[in-house]
Design a protein around this ligand. Structure first.
Ligand SMILES: C[S@@+](CC[C@H](N)C(=O)[O-])C[C@H]1O[C@@H](n2cnc3c(N)ncnc32)[C@H](O)[C@@H]1O
Length: 251
């Protein structure tokens, strides 16, 4: 994937919503707010949907402050959630350098899809710009430097098919406890395999969050959770500000 324009993603917006959003993007790209003040005024351009997502990440983070262990995101894409988690760590537990944040992605979009994923997705969907992983590293490094204990490396991007890279990571890091796992592959097989792989690394209070449960466009994520955990094993709670995101706390 070489340019943003070529990336295939499924969108649920109407044409007028998409047009309004594009207009705001143009305003942001051409903003006359002084460079030195632009990041401080980024709320000018935030949409309700983005603000809702930030609030959800904040809610999840608050739940894991007393839980020992790392944060893993399965399906990073541009990496916004990793940046949010990094900043939330700086706000809620600035001295917890043990709270590593690890993101798994191909950084090349879906490596494959299964029959369980239905017919609306295809291999290569949700790619990113070329060499995005390197740029994301730099962005995450900025956030690390903006918080205490900046000399400690506290994030890691693991590139490749997570059905292979996660078992390898866990082999190399047998000390791993997972406090929060954010599942956003959208797909059946990687969700199933990664969920199975982290179960021995969970503790009471660990949070499993999901971006697409009960979503017709991405049936595979729910099938994976149903097969590995069973839907009745724990309470699947929804985010009151977002129609799709949900979570469960291990009891
Ligand atoms: C919907 S996007 C993630 C969005 C991101 N979490 C966010 O909030 O902006 C899904 C991501 O999952 C990744 N992905 C899907 N299957 C994967 C697999 N088997 N291994 C690694 N990454 C995978 C894709 O490359 C894509 O970046």
């Amino acid at each position: 994937m070489t340019s943003n324009q070529e990336v295939r993603v499924l969108g649920g917006s109407t044409q007028s919503e998409a047009d309004r959003k594009r207009e705001m993007v143009e305003r942001l790209r051409g903003s006359r707010v002084a460079d030195g003040e632009l990041l401080d005024n980024i709320g000018l351009y935030l949409t309700r949907q983005t603000l809702s997502r930030i609030n959800f990440m904040q809610d999840l983070y608050r739940r894991i402050v007393p839980v020992h262990g790392v944060i893993m995101e399965f399906g990073v894409r541009w990496g916004q959630n990793l940046a949010l988690f990094s900043n939330l760590r700086g706000m809620h537990e600035p001295y917890n350098y043990n709270r590593k944040i690890i993101g798994f992605d191909t950084f090349e979009g879906f490596p494959s899809v299964a029959p369980e994923d239905g017919d609306r997705v295809q291999e290569g969907d949700y790619g990113v710009a070329e060499a995005w992983q390197e740029e994301l590293e730099d962005i995450l490094e900025f956030h690390t430097q903006n918080a205490p204990i900046s000399h400690k490396q506290k994030h890691e991007l693991v590139k490749g098919d997570a059905t292979e890279t996660l078992p390898q990571y866990l082999n190399e890091h047998p000390e791993t406890i997972v406090a929060l796992a954010y599942f956003d592959f959208d797909l059946y097989k990687p969700t199933r395999d990664c969920l199975e792989a982290i179960i021995p690394h969970l503790t009471k209070g660990s949070v499993l969050a999901f971006d697409e449960l009960n979503t017709p466009e991405f049936p595979g994520e729910t099938i994976a959770v149903r097969e590995v955990l069973g839907l009745a094993k724990g309470a699947i709670r929804r985010d009151p500000n977002n129609p799709l995101t949900s979570f469960m706390v291990i009891e």
